[in-house]
Structures are given as C-alpha cells and as structure tokens.
Ligand binder design. Structure first.
Ligand code: 1HN
Length: 347
C-alpha cells in the first residue's frame, strides 16, 4: 500500500470515528480468530509462597471491615480485570477465629474449595455447614450467605479457601445485582445436615420438583469425593488423559451444581503420565494432595498441595503425578455446553 493510500485511509478512519463507526476489515481476524486466542496465560500460584501473604492479610484488615478478606488471583495476561481466566474469577479468602463475614447475596454464583484449616462455617439460605479441607461448597446465585469461625477458645483456627465465581461473565452480561442482609448473620431455619439428609443419599424428598438448576446439596464433603475416586482406582478403568475423574452433580437433575460453574475432582495415581488434550472451557485447578507436573501450552509447572493453576481455553494440557495426586477443578463448562460451544480434542 502506498503512503498516500495509507494516509487517506487514516483520514477516512478519523472521519468515520466522529460518527461512532469503525472499519471491520482492520479487526476482522482478531474478532473472528481461526481458534481461541485467550489473553489469559497459563499461571501457577504456589501456596508455599502465598501462605505468608494470605495470613498477613489478617493483620491488614478484619473480615468485618473487608466484608470479604480475599486476595484475588489475577491472571498476568488480564491485568486489572480481577480474572483468572477470561470468564472466571478466583480468590483466596481468609477467616480468622472469632470473625464473621457478613451476610449478603448477589446474582454471581460462587463456589468455595477449602484449602487449609477447618471448623469455620458457611450459611446458605438458612442452613449452616462446617468446612473441612477439600470440601466443595456452593452459594448459588441470589442465595443469602455468611461465613464465620468459632473463637480460639472454642477451638477456631485460621481457615483459607479458594473462591470461584462467574464475576467476569456477569460483568460482560451487565447482570450483577447485590444486597446486604440487615444483620451480620442470617437466621438459621434448618439443622446442619438437613440438605445432606434429603439429597445426599441417592434419594429425594417425595414431592421434590426440580428448581432453577442449582444443586440442593451445598456441601460436597471431601471424604466422600476422595472415597469415590480411590474406589474407582481399585476397580475401574483409568482414563489416559484424566486419570480417574468425576464431575460434581446436582443430585436432583444430574446437571452441574450451578448453571455457570462446573466442578471436578480427579485422582492421578503415582507414576501417571497423562496424554495431552485441549478443551474450550478455561479451567482452574486446586491441588488437594500429591505432587506432579502439568504442561499447559508450552509452559511447564511443578505442582504441590494447595497450589492453584489455570489452563486457559484451548491450550494443550497434560498432567503427570510423582505420587498419588488429587486435583479439584472448576470451569465455565455449563455455559459453553449450553451454547453449543464446548469443543474438546484428545490426542
Ligand atoms: C463473595 O460474596 C464472596 O461470599 C467471596 O465469600 C468473594 C468476590 C466478589 C464478589 C462477591 C463470599 C467474592 C464475593
């Protein structure tokens, strides 16, 4: 293209910009890529480096003042976006003995995955559940939720969990609403364990009617998930890509626990060398047990218990385990699946 041509094009672009117009042909390839080109980059957060910083947040601010005392895991490819991947939020939340994180609700769906400590509780729409490491807890869209931790005298200890939310998706959709409950803690109307008794045993209340797609179980205890995977590892066939992997389910529908977030747990037996796959759901992993390696795109990480790492959309992923390893993960798979956009390739 000659200089005069280029100059007259620039002048033209300047002219149309005044009328809120822009030339598609300059951005067509970026807007309609041949395949996903995520801005998020493969990243690991090593808990050995993070722990001290998370604990130090307890001296910087109280849970009451912070509302939620959380360090956001921000992808270096998405600076300032409070996102670990294009459509996913992740953070590490600390609650100290004697603290309460006050009750509120919002349209964002949230999951908690307990990383360290136990005995704290979360209340969701009238029922409390006690946290243990490896438990997966949900607070569906628009449910009241508050968290608390017993005092030191009552045996409380610092508790840290990974928060996973669909925040970037709801921002994109301009669908965020939030409200604060008038008191710090919400009234409790059902005994702890009520929802587990009704929905946790492959049985349902006789007149149960499927609701809005959110699971009626709100704590999926680690002991049960771990037992399922180890049982499978003794009797079932291993998957060459995933090891032994199960998806968490809404027991009333068989669907995902919440409409925007899928969750998984997998066991990679010692010596496992997984084949490479790629999939269009960006996935956040939290290491529960064991050490190993993960290759995401061209990047290789060593992982250890409590580390968090992210595999953005359509990056080749392969997993290896030096010792039995258990990984929790979450993704935006339900959204992609509902829109017919879930693609997977297994080599
Ligand atoms: C939230 O409500 C929690 O309830 C954690 O623990 C993290 C991040 C953004 C918006 C709401 C919680 C959050 C959040």
């Amino acid at each position: 293209m000659s200089n005069t041509q280029s100059a007259s094009r620039q002048a033209y672009y300047g002219e149309i910009a005044k009328h809120n117009l822009s030339p598609l042909w300059e951005s067509l390839h970026a807007l309609v890529p041949k395949e996903p080109r995520p801005q998020a980059v493969p990243t690991i957060w090593k808990y050995a480096h993070l722990r001290e910083l998370v604990m130090a947040s307890g001296e910087v601010i109280s849970a009451a003042e912070a509302i939620r005392r959380v360090l956001i895991l921000e992808n270096p490819g998405l600076p300032g976006k409070a996102s670990i991947a294009s459509n996913l939020y992740a953070g590490l939340q600390l609650i100290l003995p004697g603290e309460v994180a006050p009750s509120h609700r919002h349209t964002q769906s949230a999951l908690r995955f307990i990383v360290e400590g136990q005995g704290a509780w979360t209340a969701v729409d009238g029922e409390r559940t006690t946290m243990h490491p490896g438990d997966f807890i949900i607070t569906p869209s628009w449910t009241w939720h508050d968290h608390g931790n017993p005092s030191i005298e009552a045996g409380g200890e610092p508790v840290v969990w990974l928060d996973g939310l669909d925040i970037p998706l709801l921002l994109q959709l301009d669908a965020g609403f939030a409200e604060t409950f008038p008191t710090d803690t919400q009234p409790i109307s059902r005994a702890e364990g009520d929802s587990w008794a009704r929905y946790g045993y492959n049985m349902l209340p006789v007149r149960h009617e499927a609701g809005n797609g959110n699971s009626p179980i709100f704590n999926y205890p680690y002991a049960r998930s771990r037992e399922a995977l180890y049982s499978l590892s003794r009797t079932g066939e291993i998957d060459a890509w995933d090891g032994f992997k199960l998806r968490y389910a809404n027991p009333a529908t068989g669907g995902y626990p919440m409409p925007t977030l899928a969750t998984f747990m997998q066991l990679l037996p010692k010596g496992f060398q997984g084949k490479s796959y790629r999939i269009t759901d960006s996935t956040v992993f939290s290491v529960v047990e064991g050490r190993g390696k993960v290759k995401i795109g061209e990047t290789k990480f060593e992982f250890a218990p409590r580390d968090v790492f992210v595999a953005p959309s359509w990056q080749q992923v392969s997993l290896e385990a030096e010792e039995d390893a258990v990984l929790f993960s979450y993704s935006n798979r339900p959204v992609l699946a509902a829109l017919g956009l879930l693609r997977e390739e297994r080599k």
